[in-house]
Design a protein around this ligand. Structure first.
Ligand SMILES: [Zn+2]
Ligand SMILES: [Zn+2]
Length: 110
């Protein structure tokens, strides 16, 4: 995540909370062993996942006052929960790779 002045604020990755078994540890994550389609809700039913999303981790480790106007660089479109948290905390936009080479997708969150 980069601040409005383009300095790096924080980074994050997708994973279980520190010290907890990971998603691929046998039985640790219901979603990892289910057949829910990509994009299915992460917080309910068979698609429930124990991981904290990269966006949420990046937000958690940034100084709150610096987030206003930030840009989040992510690997794919944000889920609804992360999109809501980015918007709530003042992230201006999110950018991720597009479907064709050298293309990017940008969404404004404000
Ligand atoms: Zn998981
Ligand atoms: Zn998410």
């Amino acid at each position: 995540m980069a601040a409005a002045d383009h300095r790096i604020l924080s980074t994050g990755y997708n994973g279980a909370p520190s010290g907890a078994p990971g998603c691929l540890t046998s039985g640790a994550c219901p979603r990892a062993f289910s057949d829910v389609p990509p994009g299915a809700p992460y917080d309910s039913g068979a698609g429930t996942c124990i991981a904290v999303h990269a966006e949420a981790n990046a937000l958690a480790y940034a100084r709150p006052a610096m987030i206003l106007g930030a840009t989040m660089y992510i690997t794919t479109w944000p889920c609804d929960d992360c999109r809501k948290e980015m918007w709530r905390l003042g992230v201006d936009r999110a950018i991720w790779p597009g479907e064709t080479a050298n293309s990017m997708v940008t969404t404004l969150l404000t």
